[in-house]
Design a protein around this ligand. Structure first.
Ligand code: 13P
Length: 293
């Protein structure tokens, strides 16, 4: 299937009580790993690049071309959206220009009036080209310079104003944070999510920081209106764990592995990327989107 925008399949998830995974990619093999998992599970999927990952990979156009070409060469049949994750205003405009099919404009660090003003502009420009748009109100916490933020609760009135602009899906903090959750994390504020959902009937909500939230809390959040869950750190940790183990096995069998040329990166890195595929498949089962393509 060709690359598609995400609003239809995310809305279908919202209406039918499951969530679509938004999985961040970091390179070629990462992208293949996510696509393999989505195809195996027969789920729609968003492959998303942060601004930093896009820069690392060689720019937005390269990312868009890479994902588009892989979808074709791998014979992917499920709907795939190419999504910008946490883009600033300039990045959002660039992604509209190069042909991303979906984007997040993250103006959450701006004063709310400016966030709304820029969001309205991005939504108009993106929708004119059939591109779906995610915006954010409040901020999502996380670890920065060793200081762990608790994860903020998005003001309901801000969420209502943002939704009224015609955003396709909305990220609103409910105590979630990016990166690993600290041991003393208090969990998702499902009561606040309920307030948001009551004020925004039918609007698909996005749960950022999807890595490491207990599955029962994720399922409860989906029941209360979350229709897209973002996952990045979990795949990074799966890759890292598998590679650390593999390096140990490699070192223990050095002579044999060198003789078999297992230092070839196409072979050497395979356990890491297989671990990402397994991790994505497992998340898709928890989100309930298998067989919804
Ligand atoms: P994690 O890295 O915590 O999974 O968060 C991903 C995310 O929300 C990307 O926007």
């Amino acid at each position: 299937m060709a690359i598609v925008s995400a609003e239809k399949f995310v809305k279908a998830a919202r209406d039918n009580g499951y969530a679509i995974g938004g999985f961040n990619t970091n390179n070629l093999e990462w992208t293949q790993a996510i696509l393999r998992a989505a195809e195996a599970k027969k789920t729609p999927v968003l492959i998303q690049t942060s601004m930093g990952a896009a820069k690392y990979m060689g720019g937005y156009k390269l990312c868009k071309d890479l994902i588009t070409d892989l979808v074709e060469s791998m014979g992917i049949t499920v709907p795939v959206a190419i999504h910008l994750d946490h883009g600033n205003y300039e990045a959002a405009l660039e992604c509209i220009e190069v042909g991303y099919s979906s984007l997040m404009f993250d103006g959450s660090a701006l004063p709310i009036e400016e966030n709304l003003e820029k969001a309205e502009d991005v939504i108009a420009k993106a929708h004119a080209k059939g591109i779906s748009v995610e915006c954010e109100v409040g901020t999502i916490g996380g670890e920065e310079d060793g200081i762990v933020g608790d994860g903020e609760l998005a003001p309901v009135e801000d969420a209502v104003r943002m939704a009224a602009l015609g955003v396709d899906f909305l990220a609103a903090g409910i105590g979630n944070i990016h990166g690993p959750y600290p041991a003393n994390w208090k969990g998702l504020h499902l009561d606040h999510l309920e307030k948001l959902t009551d004020a925004l009937p039918g609007v698909p909500l996005v749960l950022h920081g999807g890595s490491g939230i207990p599955d029962d809390q994720i399922r409860a959040a989906i029941k209360l209106g979350v229709a897209k869950v973002n996952v990045n750190t979990e795949c990074q940790l799966a890759f890292c764990a598998a590679m650390r183990e593999h390096v140990g096995v490699f070192n223990a069998n050095e002579e044999e592995y060198m003789k078999k040329k297992l230092f070839d990166p196409r072979k050497f890195l395979k356990p890491g990327f297989d671990a990402i595929t397994a991790s994505v498949e497992e998340r898709i089962d928890v989100f309930g989107s298998a067989n919804k393509a």
